[in-house]
Design a protein around this ligand. Structure first.
Ligand code: NI
Length: 248
């Protein structure tokens, strides 16, 4: 049985979320962690986690840095006692479009890391073209969790692992020109968890179609082959990694 550790099952992407969950269940993907990005999706997360085997994370994504309000952080904090809220995320730094707002991004990131430390809850990190700052900021807090959609060097991977993080591997690994394959080969499976990042990053052979949590199976098959383990063994190891991080 598999768990999709990172998906965005929100109304703006899917007409019928129950159907998407059933589809996943039929493929032996029996648990999903839905990741909020802003106040609107954080509210959706709180509703979704009323369903069986659906867990959630709450966070303000760096792309929302110009729009979020302080009450959005209060909403997150006030829901951390919900046992099905398993992390703060996705949070982090994204310098892909602009670095001009990096101070604001770091401020928002730190506010949420502060909460994670205060409530002793893991974090799900989004870091794009911001590795150095991400590591330096994370070092200031006593937190652990997942580096979602990890795409750095082997050296960076080892820094994160030493800091207590697992690396989230998704459909990008199946892409023909993905240079992560050699890096993932070098990393111990005990440091890897699987995620779809649905509706984004659809794995091969479904490129061009919308992604959904059932497709974690395609990622699992690919990683199993890359790591030369059978798929049941892969499920066993990645599930125990998930239990190490998340209280699910
Ligand atoms: Ni995501």
């Amino acid at each position: 049985m598999f768990c999709d550790t990172h998906c965005h099952l929100f109304e703006e992407y899917y007409d019928n979320i129950d159907e998407i969950i059933n589809l996943a269940n039929n493929e032996n993907v029996n648990r999903m962690i839905v990741s909020g990005c802003d106040n609107k999706t954080n509210i959706e997360v709180i509703n979704l986690i009323k369903k069986d085997n659906i867990y959630g994370t709450l966070g303000i994504h760096p792309e929302d840095v110009e729009n979020y309000e302080s009450k959005d952080l209060k909403f997150i904090e006030s829901n951390l006692k919900n046992p099905k809220v398993v992390a703060i995320g996705e949070i982090g730094l994204d310098y892909h479009y602009t670095k001009d707002d990096k101070d604001k991004q770091i401020e928002l990131f730190e506010k949420q890391l502060f909460l994670a430390e205060k409530y002793n809850i893991p974090v799900v990190i989004h870091s794009r073209e911001a590795t150095e700052d991400t590591i330096n900021v994370l070092k200031k807090y006593n937190v652990k969790g997942v580096i979602h959609s990890f795409s750095g060097s082997l050296e960076t991977a080892n820094i994160y692992i030493k800091m207590g993080f697992c690396l989230g591997v998704n459909g990008v690994i199946t892409f023909k020109n993905c240079n992560m394959k050699d890096i993932i080969k070098e990393i111990d499976l005990n440091n890897i968890i699987l995620e779809t990042d649905s509706p984004y990053l659809t794995p091969v052979p479904f490129r061009g179609k919308q992604n959904d949590p059932s497709k974690i199976i395609e990622i699992a098959k690919f990683v199993a082959e890359l790591k030369k383990v059978n798929i049941n063994e892969l499920a066993k190891i990645t599930n125990s990694n998930i239990y190490r991080i998340f209280d699910i």
